[in-house]
Design a protein. Structure first.
Length: 64
């Protein structure tokens, strides 16, 4: 179980690092725009990201 959790964390870090590595200027613009969001908008974006992640996990599990 811990192996899977660490692999998932490692994959998150790799994916999170792709944008700043490939497009640092654009990534900075995105972060500045995100910083200007109010709490409700930020929570909504976080909720959407979590739901999409859960749906993708379920889809992968279903396709196995």
């Amino acid at each position: 179980m811990w192996d899977d959790l660490l692999r998932a964390l490692a994959l998150v870090l790799v994916i999170e690092g792709l944008m700043p590595f490939a497009f640092p200027g654009r990534w900075r613009q995105i972060l500045l725009r995100m910083a200007s969001l109010d709490d409700k908008q930020m929570r909504t974006a976080g909720l959407i990201a979590m739901v999409v992640g859960i749906v993708l996990l379920q889809l992968v599990q279903f396709l196995r």
